[in-house]
Design a protein around this ligand. Structure first.
Ligand code: PLP
Length: 430
């Protein structure tokens, strides 16, 4: 808070200029009104505090005082690497050697040999010539579109792309055109409306809230005939899909000519934090020297890069983790469908359950919470209006019995729903 003594000054703007101050909206009032509207729409978001983790089990804080254990079915630790002893061991060893932080941005003094080693490892894994490490996937998406596009250019995107891609196109100042979900013809139509200027066709590889995979082969053809660059944000695909877990691009048998840039996030299947852009050396070199979200920020701690390096090596070698995940996904789908649960079409570890309205999603999430399961209710604006859902996610670290118990709890929660769901207080959700 600014104390009044800090505001004392000999400068007195009211002595010059127009006598009447402009009537501006009060931002605190606006924030309170917006919060009240969210409460009304059952769209409040509340953080939940984790105090300890043990594999997929989390101890969480209730009422700011008591703790209890929940089985987590809404994280993105698909391969179970977040608490792998070799990954946390690498983090500890590197922190002991190199400290807690990088101490600078990459282009000044913060770039470290562990950052280099991680970029090389990921480029080798994905079989591309270059890679560039970012502090987050959000920042990497901003960098790609802002670094490559400007006024007069265009970005064509799937309607259900991640928020960071949408914001990135807005930041780039280019024309943004969106096509119906997973509709390559729609992408072609949109590209035809912007025939002048450079163009990027951007899509999630696996859609984060739906779990389905983008029609990458069709999109690659569209991009080629329209002389645009296909960019795949594979935040949820790398580690999970494709040969050696190389992601949705490799799974679609596309090479660097078809997809010159793709995004790997380190905070999902790789269990850590940060992101790596992988692909064409000229494009990546350009972004490393010009993209503002890359240049004007502190480099990730070298220890975080060391942990990610350990995680990538495990993800490349331990195929059983992907096989286990596939088995669990099938087990969940077969059992959920047998119980009549309304699953969305997805073969990936993201297995959303349709709820429709916010109240139903919240009621189910609360009932699961009481039964010891953590499954967040995902509501607009994260998903389109009227399409609230439970985003169930699976991990190789879940046991068969965990999945079976979740399906039982889901069916019981669904059966216990009142005909018209009563208003429910907010529960923690992203
Ligand atoms: C598809 C997609 N892209 C990008 C991001 C952002 O990645 P990060 O969490 O590393 O900022 C996410 C994560 O929420 C995502 O789901």
């Amino acid at each position: 808070m600014v104390s009044s003594c800090c505001l004392r000054s000999r400068w007195a703007p009211w002595r010059s200029g127009p006598a009447v101050a402009p009537e501006r909206p009060d931002l605190r009032t606006r924030a309170r009104d917006a919060r009240d509207a969210r409460t009304q729409a059952q769209a409040r978001r509340v953080r939940r505090t984790v105090t300890r983790r043990d594999g997929m089990r989390c101890e969480v804080l209730d009422n700011g005082r008591d703790t209890r254990w929940l089985l987590n079915f809404c994280g993105n630790d698909y391969l179970g690497l977040a608490s792998h002893y070799q990954v946390s061991g690498a983090l500890q060893d590197a922190a002991a050697l190199h400290g807690a932080g990088s101490g600078g941005s990459h282009l000044v003094s913060g770039h470290h040999a562990l950052h280099d080693a991680l970029e090389r490892e990921i480029a080798d894994w994905l079989q591309v010539p270059a890679a560039l490490l970012f502090g987050s996937g959000f920042a990497a998406n901003l960098a790609v579109l802002q670094g490559l596009l400007g006024e007069g250019d265009a970005c064509v995107q799937d309607r259900l792309n991640h928020a960071s891609l949408i914001d990135a196109a807005r930041l780039a100042g280019c024309r943004l055109r969106r096509y119906p979900h997973a509709d390559a013809q729609g992408a072609l139509r949109q590209l035809r409306t912007v025939p002048d200027g450079a163009a990027v066709l951007a899509t999630d590889g696996i859609f984060s809230m739906d779990g389905d995979v983008a029609p990458l082969r069709e999109l690659a053809i569209v991009a080629r005939v329209q002389h645009s660059l296909l960019y795949v944000d594979d935040a949820h695909g790398v580690g999970v899909l494709g040969p050696d877990g190389r992601g949705s691009v490799a799974d679609a048998r596309l090479d660097i000519d078809a997809v010159p840039l793709q995004l790997v996030t380190l905070g999902k299947a790789l269990g850590g934090c940060g992101a790596v852009l992988a692909g064409d050396a000229d494009l990546i070199g350009h972004l490393a020297e010009t993209a503002r979200p890359y240049i004007y920020t502190t480099a990730l701690p070298p220890a975080v890069a060391g942990a990610a390096l350990a995680a990538v090596r495990i993800a490349r070698q331990e195929h059983w983790r992907r096989e286990r995940l596939t088995t669990l996904v099938q087990r969940f789908r077969v059992r959920a469908q047998r119980r009549g649960l309304d699953l969305m079409p997805s073969d990936t570890p993201i297995q959303p359950l349709r709820c429709g309205d916010n109240a139903t999603a919240l009621a189910l999430s609360r009932a699961l919470d009481s039964a010891g399961f953590w499954v967040a209710a995902i509501r607009p604006p994260t998903v389109p209006e009227g399409q609230a859902r439970l985003r169930v996610t699976l991990s190789a670290a879940h046991a068969d019995a965990d999945v079976d118990a979740l399906v039982d709890a889901l069916a019981a929660a669904r059966d216990a729903l009142p005909p018209v769901t009563a208003a429910a207080p907010a529960v923690p959700t992203p």
